[in-house]
Design a protein around this ligand. Structure first.
Ligand code: DX5
Ligand code: ZN
Length: 216
């Protein structure tokens, strides 16, 4: 089953609550929530109060993508705000193994995100302990960027490791995914597809999600 995770970074924030309420009916499987600190990435998005304020509007799992330095400092806060999956960046944490266990100690799912230039090999030994690997297919920080083609190879590498070490692994791709390339990433092995601009384009969320699903 391929999951679609709309990224609310591309949402119209003046009506965020209404859209969150309807996301499940529109065919979304997860709500992808991009947290940016202006340090790990050159952009600031939004923080914990926003997550809290939308938590009760949907039953969909909250998939929180932390693009912040030293994420361990804030894990407990994100759990309390209602995160179901917390993904941290390999590049942002010197003790990634410890932080993954720390996330799991709260009973939420844990993922590692890899920037385009970070080799998949670096997290090979952690695979059995992960719920999700997020292959960034753009350099993180902004919505609406172009898919980086060499990342397709990395999706295949994660898929191979998943076959060997963790068959239940969620393989997430994030950045520059739309109607033109969603089938290609699914064919490479991705099973959780983040879509920001492709999902929220022109405010036609239901139609956009249907269109994406129609491609595979
Ligand atoms: C980028 C974020 C993405 C972003 C994707 O740093 O992690 O989740 O919202 O947006 P699109 O799908 O427009 O590339
Ligand atoms: Zn993201």
């Amino acid at each position: 089953m391929i999951k679609i995770a709309p990224s609310i970074l591309s949402a119209d924030f003046s009506k965020l609550g209404e859209d969150i309420k309807d996301l499940e009916r529109y065919g979304a499987d997860l709500v992808h929530i991009d947290i940016m600190d202006g340090m790990f990435v050159p952009n600031i998005s939004f923080g914990i109060p926003i997550i809290k304020s939308i938590r009760n509007l949907t039953k969909l799992p909250f998939d929180v993508h932390l693009m912040i330095e030293e994420p361990a400092r804030y894990i407990e806060d994100f759990v309390k705000a209602g995160a179901d999956i917390i993904t941290i960046h390999y590049e942002a944490d010197r003790h990634i193994d410890r932080t993954i266990n720390y996330i799991k100690s709260f009973g939420v799912k844990a993922g590692i995100a890899l920037n385009p230039a970070t080799p998949v090999e670096n997290i090979k030994h952690l695979m059995p302990n992960l719920d999700m690997v997020l292959i960034m297919t753009v350099n993180p920080g902004f919505g609406g960027q172009k898919y980086i083609q060499y990342c397709s190879e990395k999706i295949k590498e994660v898929k191979e490791l998943s076959n060997k070490f963790n068959k239940d692994l969620m393989i997430q791709v994030d950045g520059g995914i739309g109607k033109d390339n969603i089938k290609a990433v699914v064919d490479c092995g991705a099973n959780v597809i983040v879509a920001g601009s492709a999902a929220f384009k022109d405010g036609m969320i239901e139609q956009n999600i249907q269109d994406l699903r129609g491609e595979f």
